[in-house]
Design a binder for this molecule. Structure first.
Ligand code: GSH
Length: 172
């Protein structure tokens, strides 16, 4: 047993949770899952109990807590995947890391105007200019990644970059 627990919110709404969960599930890492429902009276106390920054996802490795989806994915890659979470080619790794960092620090219009909810279909949605600019940038970024290999995933084999951009595909 790895003594691993991933604390997440509902995967339908929490794109950051989904990213860590997808990586660990796709690579068949053995972990337990604790789900904290968002926006309930119990949410703040549960966040306090499980998360250093009162946000999810959090990965618990024994007594160690790792928070933030990107830190979790890198830690899982290093400790449990022997590096298989990134391509072996260093240029592709750098591209994937750039793409994930950009996901982390950008696309604010897309995130606020196109929230993740796989169960909901929106008819007649017209993105505003800022949202359209995010969509255009994502299209360019993903196309640039896909051009590098024969696929089938963004950088060839499934990688952390796919875990990071799957929720974006769901938003679109
Ligand atoms: N940058 C963080 C973002 C984490 C985040 O904002 N998580 C949201 C859920 S998607 C959260 O925990 N919100 C707390 C709350 O709504 O009470 C990451 O990548 O993990």
């Amino acid at each position: 047993m790895n003594n691993l627990t991933l604390v997440i919110a509902n995967k339908n709404y929490s794109s950051w949770s989904l990213r860590a969960w997808l990586l660990m599930t796709q690579f068949k890492v053995n972990f337990q899952e604790i789900r904290i429902p968002l926006d309930t009276p119990e949410t703040p106390a549960l966040m306090n109990q499980h998360s250093p920054n009162r946000r999810v996802p959090v990965l618990k490795i024994g007594k160690l807590s790792v928070w933030d989806s990107l830190a979790i994915c890198e830690t899982v890659n290093e400790r449990f995947l022997q590096g298989a979470g990134w391509p072996s080619n260093p240029d592709l790794r750098a591209l994937g890391r750039s793409a994930c960092a950009e996901m982390h620090s950008a696309f604010t219009a897309l995130r606020s105007n196109m929230p993740m909810n796989c169960r909901r279909m929106v008819k007649g949605f017209k993105p505003d200019a800022a949202t359209q600019a995010d969509i255009d940038r994502i299209h360019t970024l993903l196309s640039d990644c896909l051009k590098q290999t024969d696929g089938p995933f963004l950088l060839g084999r499934f990688s952390i970059a796919d875990a990071f951009y799957a929720p974006v595909a769901l938003r679109l």
